[in-house]
Write a protein of this length. Structure first.
Length: 338
């Protein structure tokens, strides 16, 4: 404590409104500049904000590029409030000895719940039904009104079988759905059994899934992992769900497939140029669109904020884990910044 009083307090930027009690925890250690409104920050704006900071808590879409890093000489840690970190130039951060952290695990179950919400809504035309009612078009029951796809018993495909993919697969047991998955590496047999999931090649997955859920990180290799060629392999009766990242799907190719009947439906929580939408998507009835909220249950968002705050406090050398932030993405930087 005595040391804390004699040295200047590190400066920390919080790029988006968190929860007040979490920001107050940061204030115990740091001079905090906390934004009170959400803002779609550009890389240049983030760079300006970071200039004099020692650390920052960032939102999932706040971009940090090599230029911002070069002009922030005091910066020691960026704590992302997300499991994904494609908004960060990790190589440049590591080269500069700046620690980056994320919030894995605490959001697995909430995101898996939401993947199912989108899957069911797209298959059973929940959005269309709601729009129909709100437009005052319902004139009474019709046997053929809004007929959708069957869910239970159909084949669930999962592309990317990390912890979120596994949580999605476990839920399929209740729907009595066979599960096939593709992943960079095959899961251990015990995990496959627990998830009731069978490993498949990428092509087999695309050809056989009635519901295909994407749970891949966005990396250069995964950009447009689902484009025209992949959509052409899928059944025209299939439904695609993306709760992972925009850019994994080629939105223009998807919109074309949906409007030409080459794919039955889609449920999308993420988009190529968020917050903008590919203009054709919202004109299509057979797509359910949500604004990147898969982890947005109150408890989960609080847990994510808490993990980000813990990471930041520890990376700047305070708290119970001083010097050992729990979720470091680039341990090499931790060594140089120590
Ligand atoms: C949300 O998209 C996350 O990566 O946590």
């Amino acid at each position: 404590m005595a040391a804390q009083q004699t040295r200047a307090r590190p400066r920390v930027w919080v790029s988006r409104p968190l929860f007040d009690d979490m920001t107050d925890r940061l204030r115990e250690y740091f001079d905090v500049q906390a934004e009170t409104e959400d803002h779609a920050w550009t890389a240049a704006q983030v760079g300006e904000k970071l200039r004099d900071m020692h650390g920052a808590v960032l939102g999932v879409s706040d971009p940090v590029d090599a230029r911002a890093i070069a002009q922030a000489p005091r910066l020691r840690v960026l704590a992302n409030t997300a499991v994904g970190y494609d908004n960060l130039d990790l190589a440049a951060l590591t080269a500069a000895g700046i620690v980056a952290t994320n919030t894995p695990d605490v959001l697995n179950e909430a995101v898996a719940d939401f993947a199912w919400a989108l899957l069911l809504a797209a298959a059973r035309r929940v959005g269309e039904g709601e729009r129909y009612l709100r437009a005052g078009r319902w004139q009474g029951s019709s046997f053929h009104l809004l007929l959708g796809g069957e869910v239970h018993g159909r084949t669930l495909g999962i592309l990317g079988m990390g912890r979120i993919g596994q949580a999605i697969a476990r839920r399929a047991i209740g729907f009595r759905m066979p599960v096939i998955y593709h992943n960079r590496s095959r899961l251990e047999a015990t995990v496959e059994r627990e998830c009731n999931a069978r490993y498949a090649s990428r092509d087999e997955l695309l050809r056989n899934a009635d519901y295909l859920v994407l749970v891949l990180p966005l990396t250069p290799a995964n950009r447009h992992a689902i484009g025209t060629a992949e959509l052409a392999l899928m059944k025209p009766t299939a439904t695609l769900v993306n709760i992972a990242r925009g850019g994994i799907v080629d939105d223009a190719a998807l919109a074309a497939a949906l409007s030409e009947g080459r794919l039955a439906a889609a449920g999308l929580d993420v988009f190529e140029n968020e917050p903008a939408l590919y203009a054709r998507l919202p004109t299509l009835d057979n797509v359910v669109l949500t604004p990147h909220i898969a982890s947005a249950s109150l408890d989960t968002r609080r847990a994510m904020a808490g993990v980000a705050v813990d990471n930041l406090i520890a990376a700047l050398g305070f708290g119970a884990h001083a010097g050992r932030p729990p979720n470091v993405l680039n341990p090499e930087a931790l060594q140089t910044s120590a």
